[in-house]
Design a protein around this ligand. Structure first.
Ligand SMILES: [Zn+2]
Length: 549
């Protein structure tokens, strides 16, 4: 799709679109609310004499289809007459993954659209020098790391719960989700349905049932779904319906009922009351086994094993996917990649994974560096952000703490009143409970604010870590992580004989060029003295990073 030529690429930009976004409730509370963002940007547009064409404010914690809104904004920008500036408070409001890079780049490079990020003091136009572009993408990279870091944290807490034998999510039928005395999520036995589940296991264990007949049995016993029918056109809308035949199969194979939960293929004991014994469960599985010839699909089990290059490479000859396979030869384990051409009519040879890694190591991993100049700019920005958020956190925290103190005083007063007989027990209990709830909420908030600066620090550290030490990191990572890192670095991979053809993704493509640092800048004669030593400095920084590890 070509940008419509409804503008002169060299004209001065006189109009703007305001773009604001909050992604979580926490951001809203921390003073980066949409209103605050909008106000700052408006002020900026007025100073620049920009005519404001539209304002897009997206609250991702409550708006569905936030991405759709984002693209609507880009479409609008592209279609309006003349050059347009998209103005944001932070780079990461506009972009925090590389998914949108091609589209944003197309709009920027033709001169149709400029990006203004106020906090980072970046204005990206079609004439922006390479160093500016790189700084922009470094910010995207950091935002991306932060998103991933957050995801990791959620996963870690999930793992912690699982480790403690706690189920996350909807309880299986026969149980229901509840809250315990500490208001933490728990799972309780459903006294109506659990006995029916037990009978179904016992019946099926006899071996006299088919899935069809055990399903009839379940209906006869009145086993109905926990959820009400939500299809408005259905005659049973709003009612609980009998469970389906497929569900019966799933119930009879679910080990949760005897005391373990199946998470990502692993069995972990849970802390809730079992409905059946393990013996009964095993007996039922035996019956299943004897009834079906194919116990499990070999292919599906195989697919779950992670490989570094899985899903990344296509065959250059025939275009089919290149798939990994484990091999054992003379007690040596190795991984080969081969063309998945259906009839094998392809000339592509099999390639050992090590060969691919060696090539990438030589051409890519060992060459990725950041010039000190840019590292410094980044470090300063990060430092500044960290200090700002530390101050903001300290303020919020001290406010929360004084709120907590007020509640503690209230509690004391209330107790005094109760002891001296001035209020009734009933009122005392009700109020003291309300205060206790509120205190827990506050304490939780306070503990959250301790972590934020550390979060940011971790993110930055892992970022510097990765860039300075890529070869080592990739070599020692698990196949799963290798795969993720490779996806971050390269795209469009094709295997031709033993050689891998690939494209390095932005911003990493620019780091490779730093053997010749002048290429970083559009005008190499300018400030040449300042940059001639960059290559040496880069080496030094890299050594320092390696030492620090
Ligand atoms: Zn092929």
């Amino acid at each position: 799709m070509a940008t419509k030529r409804n503008f002169d690429p060299n004209e001065k930009c006189t109009q703007a679109i305001i773009f604001c976004r909050v992604s979580s409730k926490r951001q809203k509370d921390e003073g980066v609310s949409l209103e605050v963002q909008e106000k700052t940007i408006k002020q900026y547009c007025q100073n620049k004499d920009f005519n404001i064409l539209a304002t897009y404010s997206i609250d991702e914690s409550s708006t569905r289809g936030a991405r759709k809104e984002f693209h609507k904004m880009l479409d609008f920008a592209e279609e309006c007459y003349g050059k347009v500036a998209i103005v944001v408070n932070y780079v990461d409001r506009l972009q925090r993954t590389y998914t949108d890079t091609p589209e944003l780049e197309r709009l920027r490079s033709t001169g149709k659209i400029e990006f203004h990020a106020l906090n980072e003091n970046l204005i990206m136009t079609k004439d922006s020098p390479a160093i500016q572009l790189t700084i922009w993408y470094m910010h995207v990279l950091m935002a991306n790391f932060q998103v991933n870091h957050q995801t990791e944290k959620v996963k870690a807490s999930q793992k912690e719960n699982w480790g403690a034998g706690k189920w996350q999510g909807l309880a299986p039928i026969g149980y229901f989700n509840d809250k315990d005395e500490d208001r933490k999520a728990t799972v309780e036995i459903d006294k109506d349905r659990a006995p029916i589940i037990k009978i179904l296991f016992e019946e099926y264990a006899t071996g006299y049932h088919s899935l069809q007949s055990i399903w009839y049995k379940a209906r006869e016993l009145g086993l109905k779904s926990k959820e009400k029918n939500h299809f408005e056109n259905s005659p049973k809308f709003g009612k609980r319906t009998f469970i389906s035949r497929n569900q019966i199969g799933a119930i009879l194979k679910n080990p949760f009922y005897y005391g373990v939960m199946k998470i990502k293929g692993k069995l972990i004991p849970h802390v809730y009351e079992p409905i059946i014994s393990k013996e009964l469960f095993d007996k039922v599985q035996e019956v299943f086994k004897s009834k079906s010839r194919k116990v499990f699909s070999h292919e599906q089990e195989y697919k779950a094993i992670p490989f570094a290059f899985r899903g990344l490479i296509k065959c250059d000859t025939c275009g089919c996917t290149i798939t990994p396979e484990r091999h054992n030869k003379n007690d040596k384990k190795y991984i080969i990649y081969k063309c998945s051409h259906l009839k094998g009519h392809c000339n592509q040879c099999n390639v050992n994974e090590n060969v691919l890694f060696e090539q990438l190591d030589k051409e890519l991993f060992s060459k990725i560096n950041i010039p000190t100049k840019i590292l410094d700019i980044l470090k300063n920005n990060v430092q500044k952000n960290m200090e700002e958020s530390a101050t903001a956190n300290a303020n919020i925290k001290s406010n929360l703490q004084s709120e907590l103190q007020i509640l503690t005083n209230k509690e004391d007063n209330l107790t005094d009143l109760y002891i001296s007989g001035k209020i009734k027990e009933e009122i005392y209990n009700r109020q003291i409970n309300a205060i206790a709830d509120e205190k827990i909420r506050l304490e939780e908030s306070i503990s959250r604010y301790k972590e934020i600066t550390k979060d940011i620090k971790d993110t930055v550290e892992s970022l510097l870590d990765i860039i300075g030490n890529l070869s080592n990191i990739i070599r020692n990572a698990s196949p799963n992580k290798q795969n993720k890192l490779l996806r971050l670095l390269i795209t469009d991979c094709k295997l031709n004989g033993k050689e891998l053809k690939y494209t390095v993704k932005a911003p990493f493509d620019r780091f490779i060029q730093c053997n010749n640092p002048t290429q970083w800048f559009n005008n190499p004669t300018q400030d040449i003295d300042l940059y001639t030593n960059i290559a040496d400095e880069v080496k030094l920084v890299k050594e320092q990073i390696l030492l620090a590890n």
